[in-house]
Design a protein around this ligand. Structure first.
Ligand code: SF4
Ligand code: SF4
Length: 289
């Protein structure tokens, strides 16, 4: 199929075409944080014949690196997904849809739920980025591709710095659900060790080991050099991870906090106009006392 070939050429390792049935699995705790997502696909996208799910796997950096490769790859693959849509639009209507991708996969027997609230699929574990694309020209297909079961494993339960995982994920406690804004609550600041998010549960998961680890390129290391960000020089880093998720001094504020949490309190030499940065300075100031 030509559409599949286009997906592969752009770096999407798997492509599924699924039905537009309403997602009953959507009624989960995560829904409270993702109220812009549409679970009733037929109402939200009445023209849709099916939903294409694109899977973009990525390799993580070592956990001691302050930047997570997920965010670099998320930005890169978002642009690739848009390129995919542009190319397949020759066949009919297609658009990036705001559908809960994990619930859509599970509803269509793709992958398995992990105890940390993510979806895992064979070969790539949870190291995947998913895109959902509604379209009016592809017929849906049936799948039966379970991922890995957690079984009695509780490694991530013990490793999570927020105590957010038990039998399932408590999204109210998970750091990733508090990353939308530049300024984070103090209970998040206390444990913040990586820019924009947290992947501790994924880095300890035995099902992710097969994916391996890579080193960030020099330009990424340079862009996320902590002193540079503390001084407010965030342009290169924001280009790499996307400007929308890093506005209002977010990276500068996080750099101040991450450095302090790693044992070195460094303050910017110039006062910032951003509330998040002022708040970070206040926060690490309290640590000095
Ligand atoms: S992302 Fe971090 S805070 Fe959230 S569940 Fe995983 S380890 Fe815990
Ligand atoms: S670490 Fe264990 S419990 Fe956690 S997601 Fe991986 S397999 Fe499941």
């Amino acid at each position: 199929m030509q559409v599949r070939k286009i997906a592969q050429e752009l770096g999407f390792k798997r492509m599924y075409v699924v039905k537009t049935d309403t997602l009953d699995l959507w009624y989960s705790k995560a829904g409270e944080f993702r109220d812009t997502l549409i679970s009733d696909i037929k109402s939200g996208y009445p023209y849709a014949k099916s939903v294409i799910i694109l899977v973009y796997p990525y390799k993580p950096y070592a956990i001691y690196e302050p930047i997570l490769s997920y965010y670099i790859n998320s930005n890169k693959s978002y642009h690739l997904a848009n390129e995919f849509i542009k190319k397949i639009s020759q066949f009919g209507k297609a658009e990036l849809a705001h559908i809960p991708a994990r619930a859509l996969c599970l509803k269509n027997n793709i992958g398995s739920p992990s105890r940390n609230g993510l979806l895992n699929i064979e070969q790539y574990g949870t190291r995947i980025i998913l895109y959902t694309i509604t379209n009016d020209f592809l017929e849906p297909e049936e799948y039966n591709e379970a991922g890995y079961e957690c079984g009695s494993c509780s490694i991530c339960v013990k490793a999570c710095p927020m105590g957010a995982i038990s039998d399932a994920l408590d999204v109210h406690k998970c750091m990733r659900y508090h990353m939308e804004t530049a300024m984070h609550p103090d209970f998040i600041k206390e444990k913040l060790s990586h820019f924009i998010g947290c992947e501790v549960c994924q880095s300890v998961c035995p099902h992710n080991k097969q994916v391996g680890i890579i080193s960030p390129d020099d330009d990424i290391k340079s862009a996320f050099e902590i002193n540079r960000l503390i001084e407010g020089d965030c342009k290169a880093a924001r280009t790499l991870v996307g400007r929308n998720i890093t506005s209002n001094g977010k990276l500068q504020a996080e750099a101040i906090i991450i450095s302090a949490n790693r044992g070195e309190i460094i303050l910017p030499t110039k006062e910032s106009q951003f509330e998040a940065v002022q708040d970070a300075v206040r926060y690490v100031g309290k640590m000095q006392k």
